[in-house]
Design a protein around this ligand. Structure first.
Ligand SMILES: *[C@@H]1O[C@H](CO)[C@@H](O)[C@H](O)[C@H]1NC(C)=O
Ligand SMILES: *[C@@H]1O[C@H](CO)[C@@H](O)[C@H](O)[C@H]1NC(C)=O
Ligand SMILES: *[C@@H]1O[C@H](CO)[C@@H](O)[C@H](O)[C@H]1NC(C)=O
Ligand SMILES: *[C@@H]1O[C@H](CO)[C@@H](O)[C@H](O)[C@H]1NC(C)=O
Ligand SMILES: *[C@@H]1O[C@H](CO)[C@@H](O)[C@H](O)[C@H]1NC(C)=O
Ligand SMILES: *[C@@H]1O[C@H](CO)[C@@H](O)[C@H](O)[C@H]1NC(C)=O
Ligand SMILES: *[C@@H]1O[C@H](CO)[C@@H](O)[C@H](O)[C@H]1NC(C)=O
Ligand SMILES: *[C@@H]1O[C@H](CO)[C@@H](O)[C@H](O)[C@H]1NC(C)=O
Ligand SMILES: *[C@@H]1O[C@H](CO)[C@@H](O)[C@H](O)[C@H]1NC(C)=O
Ligand SMILES: CC(=O)N[C@H]1CO[C@H](CO)[C@@H](O)[C@@H]1O
Length: 443
């Protein structure tokens, strides 16, 4: 920031200190009072069933998720959290073992934190701010606010709503509300993940974005090295391009299938190469029940389209790859429940042949997806001497989901900005591996 904005920034500085959003971007921004917090993102495979999802919303498991390192408690305990822009409540796996021996990595121990405070059920946080929870909060026998998370496989976990200090880099945020989950009803062992919990980043009242009054956040996910960055707060970081913006859609009346807390945008069309597909406009508009909204969701790996639209895209992609790629001729094989367009590629090919790009057209902005982002190699699957690659768009009807969901795989190598104050999402293509290196070398 130049002198001009240094003056302007007294109020901003106060606000930002209140928000606790601090600075490690100085060098990069050429300023001493930039107010952005940068965190390294990492993608990692999360065991099936590890993350909760209300079954009525998304009936499938997360696989690759994006995580960030933060600290929780006093003194700070290191935790790693999955970022999810599609959910509200942040939660941690809690284990209050009273010993002082080192707690295994994936747990937060509230007993070792002097700033930990469970929330009583008489608190307004429990009575009014939990109204959008898929499962309502209740009162436990100690009159503490009790939260339940449900998982796609019908398992659940339970615990208390609590508050404690969350640390993001040098930023310290006392009194951050989260779910401290200490009982699990699940069959699979989850301790093989180094992830302690999930960070809810949607627009709901208890999400981290709302609690910390984050006016804006941005991220850039590398497609090549499982890394990326997350910026919380205002950022004039120049990554070398300008963004195109699409407005966030808000509806005033609640509708049964419309998630008002999600980052919803207006979807207008799809192109394969430069050919705009013939899809009726009304297929992109939510109906009277709210079904058919389009949302960006970092908590979902791939992208899902309503059946009629998916089928048009699938046919056109098949047509335009005819002669270039060999289709996997196996009607019984569907990747992750919803992805049924797969190809065989000789295992000794070092790179894929050229194939067309797919562009998602939003009001005011276009998201072009190409190359590796369109075809995902199914890990460990070999047919003959071929690897199997699947098209990274799936049919949401097969998942039982009534929405268009744009997952993080398609958001790779895009600079994505969520501007809560201006109600808009900005996007542009970027080389996220380079951006990340630059940021962390200098930061
Ligand atoms: C937490 O992480 C920081 C940075 O990686 C490290 O310096 C510190 O020792 C860690 N603390 C614990 C208790 O593991
Ligand atoms: C600690 O664990 C006990 C038994 O599992 C439970 O009753 C209690 O509420 C827990 N305390 C905290 C702070 O989570
Ligand atoms: C967890 O972290 C340890 C040490 O950092 C690493 O060796 C191990 O592979 C990680 N496990 C998973 C599932 O990521
Ligand atoms: C970013 O730039 C805008 C205008 O270009 C300015 O109003 C704003 O104060 C700047 N913010 C920061 C943190 O430098
Ligand atoms: C688009 O689809 C509609 C309905 O399927 C059809 O009537 C129309 O002829 C198509 N237009 C083009 C240009 O193919
Ligand atoms: C691919 O091309 C062949 C020959 O040109 C044709 O017979 C076949 O129907 C085409 N398949 C698709 C899916 O377009
Ligand atoms: C593929 O698209 C071309 C051009 O639109 C069309 O002429 C051809 O019939 C299509 N082929 C198939 C198999 O759909
Ligand atoms: C891959 O293997 C096939 C048969 O084994 C061979 O004919 C072809 O030249 C190989 N291709 C490459 C790129 O090595
Ligand atoms: C796989 O490749 C090997 C060596 O190139 C060849 O001998 C074999 O027949 C191939 N197998 C199939 C199923 O194509
Ligand atoms: C830091 C802290 O709260 N420690 C407590 C852990 O639990 C034991 C037994 O319940 C208490 O005695 C400690 O005070």
């Amino acid at each position: 920031m130049r002198p001009k904005s240094t003056q302007l920034s007294h109020t901003m500085l106060t606000t930002c200190l209140k928000l606790g959003i601090l600075l490690i971007l100085q060098t990069l921004l050429g300023t001493s009072d930039a107010k952005t917090l940068a965190l390294p993102l990492k993608s990692q495979v999360i065991p099936s069933g590890y993350l909760p999802r209300p079954p009525n919303k998304l009936r499938f498991h997360h696989k690759v998720s994006l995580t960030i390192p933060i600290t929780v408690g006093t003194p700070p305990q290191n935790v790693s959290m999955v970022i999810d822009t599609g959910s509200e409540l942040s939660w941690l796996h809690c284990n209050n073992a009273t010993t002082t021996t080192l707690i295994p990595d994936p747990f937060f121990n509230p007993n070792l934190s002097s700033s930990y405070s469970p929330i009583p059920c008489s608190s307004p946080t429990c009575t009014t701010r939990t109204r959008d929870f898929p499962i309502p909060a209740s009162c436990d026998s100690n009159n503490l606010c009790h939260a339940t998370l449900s998982y796609a496989d019908a398992s659940s976990s339970e615990g208390n709503l609590a508050s404690d200090t969350f640390g993001f880099g040098s930023s310290v945020n006392p009194g951050t509300v989260f779910g401290c989950m200490n009982s699990f009803y699940s069959t699979n062992s989850q301790t093989d993940s180094n992830t302690t919990g999930l960070m809810g980043m949607n627009l709901g009242s208890l999400s981290l974005v709302s609690q910390l009054k984050i006016p804006k956040f941005s991220y850039c996910i590398s497609g090549s090295d499982f890394s990326g960055i997350l910026l919380l707060g205002e950022s004039n970081f120049s990554w070398g391009g300008s963004l195109n913006y699409t407005p966030l859609v808000q509806i005033s009346t609640p509708l049964p299938y419309f998630d008002r807390s999600s980052y919803t945008v207006r979807f207008e069309g799809i192109k394969v190469s430069d050919k705009l597909l013939n899809i009726s406009d009304n297929l992109f508009v939510p109906d009277h029940t709210g079904a058919g909204q389009t949302m960006f969701d970092l908590g979902t790996q791939f992208t899902y389209l309503l059946g009629p639209v998916y089928n048009v895209l699938r046919d056109e992609f098949l047509n335009q790859t005819n002669g270039t790629l060999r289709v996997l001729d196996d009607p019984n094989f569907v990747f992750q429940i919803a992805m049924d367009l797969c190809y065989r590629v000789p295992a000794n090919w070092t790179e894929l042949p050229e194939f067309p790009s797919v562009s998602l057209v939003f009001e005011g902005a276009e998201m072009r997806v190409s190359g590796d982002q369109l075809l995902y190699r199914v890990p460990g699957l070999i047919r003959g001497n071929d690897s199997v690659y699947c098209f990274t768009f799936g049919n949401s009807d097969l998942l039982g989901v009534e929405a268009y969901i744009i997952g993080h795989h398609q958001q790779q190598n895009m600079w994505m900005e969520f501007d809560i104050v201006e109600h808009r999402v900005g996007l542009a293509q970027a080389r996220c591996d380079l951006v990340g290196q630059k940021l962390f070398r200098l930061g």
